[in-house]
Design a protein around this ligand. Structure first.
Ligand code: ADP
Ligand code: MG
Length: 367
């Protein structure tokens, strides 16, 4: 069954400074029961607004939302179900714990609001505290706990009423990197235990890839691509998605007689297939870890610069008039200035439309 359905959902905001902004633009989405689905995109692209409309905190300008098969927001028919009746659990970016309540009271609060009886509150709260590793901390106040523990309280409170759907809006962004990683696994474990449908919003690509069955990349209110993490990484539909997920370099390339030459050097071919190059000038997208740096085969150049990192070495080489970044394991070692060959293991062609949307994107962040 589809647990979450959005049909043609749009949201326009009108602000004094910028006039009308379409924060969410004809958004269509179906999320399966038990699926962990992530929203990925730059700041200001409409992730939070979409989640707030699903939660019922934000009115729709247009469209329909169904949760668990029931209509909850239908603009045309004036249907609107309030957040507390939508069967959702939510965790938002800022630690939303109440400082004047101890851990038990914080987590039990939604049950109290629902007027569940006292012994049942105790039983359900204890179960959730156990699953979120907060057992033994019942009487402690949030200010005495770490950021990670506080975020666990918010998570425990979101799931104590056994919602079918969990909305998580950048719940880990205030935590340090190590803690983020362990919390990701905890969320994944909780999902396996309770089989929630999760909508997870993040601007952190590796977080989304680690947690999701499927995810979408959006830009300026529009969905650009929906797919599995692997497909989004390996088969991005455009340059924006390629650049957003993982590291990318874009080489400007000229195509002559079916051969590819880097801009600024028509003396040497690039080792790539040109069948899918549709124009005389194209962009060739390559990832730093999909390049074979060697001494025998490929485009001949030399090491311009190198940087030794913990897990790999970063090399910068000249390709025509451009610089290409390459990442290799430590065992592939070249010195600065040493001649080398660059073989491209995997690359994708994009047409350079010359349109730069960066200014429009930045404007959205400022509002
Ligand atoms: P994200 O969560 O992806 O960073 P948001 O959904 O918060 O993006 O914002 C999307 C766009 O809508 C931005 O341009 C933002 O400034 C605008 N926006 C969000 N909320 C409001 C509001 N209450 N009033 C006016 N503009 C808003
Ligand atoms: Mg947001």
């Amino acid at each position: 069954m589809h647990q979450i359905i959005l049909k043609n959902v749009s949201k326009k905001f009108t602000t004094k400074t910028l006039g009308s902004v379409t924060a969410v633009d004809h958004f269509n989405l179906s999320v399966e029961e038990g699926e962990c689905f992530s929203f990925l995109g730059p700041s200001g692209c409409g992730k939070t607004t979409t989640l707030r409309m699903i939660a019922g905190f934000e009115d729709l300008s247009e469209g329909e939302i169904y949760l668990g098969g029931k209509p909850v927001s239908i603009k045309e028919k004036n249907i609107y179900i309030p957040p507390e009746e939508r069967g959702l659990g939510m965790v938002f970016q800022a630690f939303a714990v109440w400082p004047h309540m101890n851990v038990f009271e914080n987590v039990a609060f939604p049950l109290k609001v629902k007027k569940v009886n006292k012994s049942e509150i105790k039983r359900l709260t204890q179960i959730v505290l156990r699953h979120t590793n907060l057992e033994g901390l019942e009487g402690v106040y949030p200010s005495e706990l770490s950021g990670g523990q506080q975020q666990r309280i918010a998570l425990a409170r979101a799931i104590v009423t056994s919602p079918r759907i969990l909305l998580l809006d950048e719940p880990l962004s205030n935590l340090d990197p190590k803690l983020r990683e362990s919390m990701r696994f905890e969320i994944k474990e909780l999902q396996k235990k309770f089989n929630f449908t999760i909508l997870f919003v993040t601007h952190d690509q590796s977080e989304a890839m680690a947690l999701s069955h499927r995810m979408l990349v959006m830009d300026m209110g529009r969905i650009i691509q929906v797919d599995t993490p692997a497909n989004l990484y390996n088969k991005p539909v455009n340059r924006f998605v390629h650049n957003f997920l993982g590291q990318s370099s874009f080489l400007r390339v000229e195509i002559r007689d079916g051969k590819a030459y880097p801009k600024g050097d028509l003396s040497q071919e690039l080792p790539c297939n040109t069948e899918k190059a549709t124009r005389p000038e194209m962009l060739l997208a390559v990832r730093p870890n999909e390049i074979h740096l060697n001494r025998l085969k490929g485009y001949r150049t030399k090491i311009e610069k190198r940087m030794i990192l913990t897990d790999n070495i970063e090399y910068f080489v000249r390709i025509g008039d451009q610089t290409l970044k390459i990442e290799t394991p430590h065992r592939i070692e070249f010195q600065q200035g040493e001649p080398c060959c660059v073989d491209l293991i995997h690359s994708i062609w994009y047409e350079d439309d010359g349109i730069d949307l960066e200014a429009e994107r930045n404007k959205r962040q400022l509002i």
